[in-house]
Design a protein around this ligand. Structure first.
Ligand SMILES: C[S@@+](CC[C@H](N)C(=O)[O-])C[C@H]1O[C@@H](n2cnc3c(N)ncnc32)[C@H](O)[C@@H]1O
Length: 194
């Protein structure tokens, strides 16, 4: 969807077409991890992550769209989940968490929008700042195929494009994998001494 010439991607969820267990297994999320869901939408991936990281871990769900964070707040109150912190913030400006505190940063179906809007460098600077040395940045995107779920074909991005973006920002690509009928994932590692 276009708004004021910008790719507009609020209020959408991949809940129905992406299996959170498969994604979280692929990124090797484990008990005690600190997980950040960047552009969390309704936060279904954060909910799934919260039960894996457990009480020793922590989940930050960040989205610019207040309405989405309110939906998540309601769900975590109803389910009595106490290890998720929903945060309304613009991740192209500032992610309100401290430097080098995140074990696994997840960005599901969001990066293509930043590519389209020319905002990749601003976001990547923040991601690099918050991920721990040796931690990972995990990008899930729609496969670049026509007549399939996701944004218009010209907005979809390929694994090659994602690889280039993360490598330009000093992450090392560990693996590119299929994570569902319509999705692939790129796992990128931040150097141990970064
Ligand atoms: C296509 S949705 C994907 C939501 C979720 N990750 C999923 O897979 O269901 C893109 C999300 O990114 C959020 N978003 C877009 N720009 C953002 C920004 N600058 N800062 C934080 N969130 C943003 C939107 O509000 C929206 O919830």
């Amino acid at each position: 969807m276009e708004k004021d010439g910008k790719h507009f991607h609020h209020g959408k969820s991949s809940r129905e077409i992406l299996d959170p267990s498969r994604v979280l297994e692929t990124i090797e999320l484990k008990e005690g991890d600190v997980f950040l869901d960047a552009g969390a939408g309704d936060g279904y991936m954060s909910i799934a992550a919260s039960s894996i990281v457990g009480e020793k871990g922590k989940v930050y769900a960040v989205d610019i769209y207040e309405e989405s964070m309110n939906i998540l707040k309601e769900e975590i109150e109803n389910e009595k989940i106490d290890n998720i912190e929903p945060i309304v913030a613009d991740i192209t400006a500032k992610i309100p968490v401290k430097d080098k505190t995140i074990d696994k940063c997840y960005m599901g179906n969001v990066l293509h929008g930043f590519v389209e809007n020319g905002e990749v460098d601003k976001v990547m600077k923040e991601i690099r700042r918050i991920v721990k040395p040796g931690g990972t940045f995990n990008i899930i995107e729609f496969k670049k195929v026509e007549n399939a779920p996701g944004p218009p074909f010209h907005v979809k991005i390929s694994p090659k494009q994602v690889r280039k973006i993360v490598e330009e920002h000093n992450f090392e690509v560990k693996v590119v994998e299929e994570v569902g009928e319509h999705h692939y994932g790129v796992i990128a590692i931040k150097g141990k001494y970064d």
